[in-house]
Design a protein around this ligand. Structure first.
Ligand code: PMP
Length: 356
């Protein structure tokens, strides 16, 4: 190995890079995107709006118009601050950079969004994953015991959770927040596909932060995430956020998209209806267990040893899903299907006929 590479921290060298599969020309059901493209009218109006942008100047460092747009479509308490990130991934990076005291720990329940662990490692933090129960509910005693031992600086709870699609028992969530010596981030990436949210927890508990994103509702290409929290906490985090992290094209596009948010809400409603239909179709596959989901994807456990063959078989037919078998002991034989357009979901169900 080149001498120079030894300068790179060993915990980084031990990681494998976040892998994104090549989906060119495929029915893309691997990444929880909204499958609807914009109609011509919306597209033309967006491009018209972009004509007002000048690229010679830096963007507004605080993107006030974007924040006002977010407050107009989301139930953000007026007394709370909003911090923007280039996707919620960047919010995680900012938060963990701020919390990375020597020996500081990140705790998450597993299986969960892998970036909690990745970014903890990038920040040089300890990471503790506490397994969920077999039905993906919170293992209350195990989590409370891990909190007592590791005293985490931050705990991540995604509701609905990725890749399991479920939400948690509210009373247990409150017990975790009350036992936590540090922050608890409620990650609501999949909020558009469920009812209820964590803003009441944010109001009630000073250690709660709420993270959201525009990615899943239909703006994954935009890369806009937000963190909602108390002004004193967000004031500290703002010192780490790079001044121009939301570029001028993203700001202009986000302003436009938020002014047309009802379009995306309507699409999310269609996706929820399609989720039910796909759930029924997948559940009809012999010996499959499909888990109820409040997100825009479905997790399925296929007969033992068949996940790879089904994944590859679908790929050969031009359909890309996510294989999770091997990613975590609780995900043995599991596949994840993002809910697609009605015709894409039909294509999945038809393709599965020959693969069981
Ligand atoms: N949180 C969860 C639970 C996710 O599943 C994802 C994306 N897969 C994200 C956050 C990140 O979203 P983004 O960076 O696109 O805002």
């Amino acid at each position: 190995m080149s001498e120079l590479l030894t300068l790179i921290r060993p915990e980084i060298r031990q990681l494998s890079a976040y892998h994104v599969a090549d989906a060119a020309g495929m029915i893309k059901l691997d990444a929880m995107e909204n499958p609807y493209v914009w109609d011509e009218g919306l597209r033309a109006a967006w491009l018209e709006h972009l004509k007002t942008v000048n690229l010679n100047r830096y963007p507004h460092p605080h993107a006030p118009a974007v924040k006002a747009g977010l407050r107009a479509v989301m139930d953000i308490p007026p007394e709370m601050e909003v911090m923007l990130g280039n996707g919620s991934d960047e919010i995680l990076q900012i938060l963990l950079m701020a919390l990375a005291l020597p020996g500081a720990t990140v705790l998450a329940v597993e299986p969960c969004f892998v970036m909690y662990r990745f970014i903890a490692k990038f920040a040089g933090m300890e990471y503790v994953g506490v397994p969920l129960n077999e039905d993906f509910s919170l293992h209350r005693e195990a989590i409370l015991a891990a909190i007592a031992v590791h005293r985490p600086a931050v705990i991540f709870l995604a509701e609905p959770n990725n890749p399991t699609g479920n939400k948690y028992d509210r009373e247990t969530v409150c017990a975790i927040i009350e036992a936590a010596p540090g922050f608890v981030v409620m990650d609501e990436a999949y909020l558009p596909f469920t009812d209820g949210d964590a803003m009441d927890l944010l109001r009630q508990y000073p250690n709660v932060l709420v993270m959201r994103t525009l990615s899943k509702v239909g703006l994954a290409g935009l890369r806009l995430g937000l963190l909602v929290g108390r002004p004193d906490v967000l004031g500290e985090l703002e010192k780490i956020r790079l001044p121009y992290n939301i570029n001028i094209l993203s700001q202009a596009s986000a302003e436009f998209a938020l002014a047309h948010y009802s379009v995306f809400e309507a699409q999310a409603k269609h996706i929820r209806a399609e989720r039910s239909r796909l759930f029924e179709g997948l559940s009809r596959q012999p010996s499959w267990t499909v888990y109820p989901s409040e997100a825009n994807f479905l997790l399925a456990r296929v007969p033992a040893g068949r996940a790879r063959a089904i994944f590859e078989g679908l790929k050969a037919k031009g359909i890309l899903i996510k294989i999770l078998d091997g990613a975590h002991p609780l995900l043995a034989d599991c596949l994840r299907f993002t809910v697609g357009l009605p015709e894409e979901n039909d294509a999945v169900l038809a393709a599965l006929q020959g693969l069981r």
